[in-house]
Design a protein around this ligand. Structure first.
Ligand code: NAP
Ligand code: MG
Length: 499
């Protein structure tokens, strides 16, 4: 039996909120058992059908929780990408581009409903392929993906209100490339607004997480979406480069690292293609001494340990007001001790598997740099599975702005803690980064929230909460976190021509 040592008791004799936790209470395993209905091999999805890749080559998608092979995925080459764009252009010219918005809405609505019907199956597939805890794919990724299709179904027959006073028209065919951290959700963010506006799509998912994309292709078929409106080409970076470098698309929408975003921007310089770039981040979560500290600690933990920190807007830097710094650090350490790390398919798991061996290597290397540069490391003594890719939730205190862990995107469950004395210092430190995707402010004062959200150079500023998303709310970055918005009316503006 674990020990729960009370630090204090209240007058009624009940434990005070500040408890010192001993060992983690062991629960019985609670594995999710729904059938993900996976095929052994997935082909490309072009012109409404699954087709073998012209190269004849396939690569393995593995389950990062146990390193076992999950499925074979087709490797698309340049010729496959050509075929996908030809199908998309044909669909745009003959059906989708001419269809009234109210008809397009019906397809989007049907896709959303079909996804809801198969939600459990999709959640399991997402967790097996990507390593995130089942409670996240079940409660966040899949419902939020369906919500994006519903939301954009609602827009498709009201497009005259996207830009009042203007006429809106689709761009034509768009090329889209997405990362591995929210495979199905990023897919929904990309294709739902594009389709609502009347565009046709060629999309490449990330090489480690293609499964739910190809499962969604089954839903597109079941929804009767006209052939060629959406095409999926799977593969590695070269396939992505073939998608972004192709002459057909009128727009390239990319979500991924700033490094690859810059390569794509350089390759498109001088063309008339539109671009939106959703890139990396190094968000600051800023906690003032008047904040409700227990809620703030929950928000900080959610901000960086959600999805193993594989989140572009992860609150990876904690800026904490000096008077409460020790208290917040002690509370965080206690909280980390009771995070459950392990099998992502277990419904109790808080932190699942790191997405790939490469990502685990990168996290490990950056954490070693933090220790070498003199920051103080804390990791709870949790047991990690022996097979698969796992990393302990990690805190670094005594971090300075020059440390790599304070500047570089780690994209893992690692929090770097810095302190500040004044509001001005908090703003300066938070903005002292090449990125500008998101930030969080924890304080009791409304006026301070308003001041901070005006001065922080971040696309999203959460106040007394963190990592909250809604399809109606635009999301996007400042500085090297990219440009363009996804979600809301603003997201639709990035998929249309205005006259
Ligand atoms: P990444 O390495 O940039 O890859 C993103 C996608 O681009 C993948 O599909 C990748 O294919 C493809 N790709 C690689 N090289 C390419 C090239 N030369 N031309 C065209 N496409 C290419 O990023 P990641 O490691 O998958 O994802 C993590 C990054 O995404 C983080 O930096 C994170 O902050 C960012 N992100 C940003 C947002 C946002 O909304 N701002 C949201 C989520 C993630 P392969 O997988 O086959 O290499
Ligand atoms: Mg995988």
């Amino acid at each position: 039996m674990p020990t729960l040592t009370e630090k204090k008791t209240t007058r009624s004799g009940r434990p005070a909120p500040e408890l010192i936790f001993g060992d983690l209470w062991e629960y019985d395993p609670a594995p999710e058992t729904a059938d993900p209905k996976l095929k052994a091999r997935y082909d490309l999805f072009i012109n409404g059908a699954f087709v073998a890749p012209k190269s004849g080559k396939y690569f393995d998608s593995i389950n990062p929780a146990n390193e076992q092979k999950l499925a074979e995925i087709a490797l698309a080459n340049k010729d496959d990408v050509d075929a996908a764009y030809a199908a998309a252009q044909r669909a745009f010219d003959t059906t989708w581009g001419k269809m009234p918005g109210r008809e397009r809405a019906k397809y989007l609505y049907r896709i959303a409903r079909l996804l809801q019907d198969r939600a459990r199956e999709f959640a399991v597939a997402e967790t097996l392929d990507g390593g995130k805890p089942i409670k996240e794919s079940r409660d966040f990724d899949v419902p939020m993906a369906a919500a994006h299709f519903f939301y954009h179904a609602g827009w498709a027959d009201k497009l005259e209100y996207v830009a009042p006073g203007h006429k809106v028209a689709p761009l034509g065919v768009v090329g889209q490339v997405i990362p591995w951290n929210f495979p199905l959700l990023m897919l929904a963010w990309k294709i739902a607004p594009a389709l609502a506006m009347g565009n046709c799509v060629v999309l490449k998912p990330a090489e480690t997480t293609s499964v739910t994309c190809l499962k969604l292709a089954e839903i597109l078929q079941d929804a009767g979406l006209p052939p060629g409106v959406v095409n999926f080409v799977t593969g590695f970076g070269e396939t992505g480069a073939a998608v972004t470098g192709h002459p057909t698309p009128a727009k390239i929408a990319f979500t991924g690292s700033t490094e690859v975003g810059k390569i794509i921007m350089r390759s498109l310089a001088g063309t008339d293609k539109k671009m939106t770039m959703e890139l990396g981040g190094k968000a600051a979560n800023i906690v003032f001494d008047d904040a409700p500290l227990d809620q703030a600690v929950e928000g900080i933990v959610n901000g960086i340990f959600f999805n193993q920190g594989h989140v572009c807007c992860a609150g990876s830097r904690l800026l904490v007001h000096e008077p409460v710094a020790d208290k917040v650090l002690a509370k965080l350490k206690n909280r980390l001790k009771v995070l459950r790390v392990g099998d992502p398919m277990d419904k109790n798991t808080d932190l699942g598997a790191i997405n790939s061996r490469e990502q685990l290597k990168r996290i490990t290397e950056l954490v070693a740099s933090g220790v070498k540069e003199g920051a103080e490391l804390y990791q709870p003594p949790c047991k990690l599975p022996t097979k698969g890719f796992y990393f302990r939730p990690t805190l670094f205190s005594g971090v300075s702005m020059s440390h790599r862990i304070a500047r570089e995107e780690i994209f893992g469950p690692v929090l770097s803690i810095l302190t500040f004395r004044t509001v001005e210092e908090a703003v300066e430190k938070a903005n002292n980064t090449a990125y500008g995707l998101s930030a969080g402010v924890w304080t009791d004062k409304g006026s301070r929230i308003l001041k901070m959200s005006t001065e922080l150079k971040a696309g999203v500023v959460w106040a007394n909460t963190y990592n909250k998303f809604d399809p109606t709310s635009p999301f996007g970055g400042y500085k090297e976190s990219g440009f363009g918005r996804e979600g809301g009316r603003q997201g639709l503006l990035d998929y249309c021509q205005l006259t």
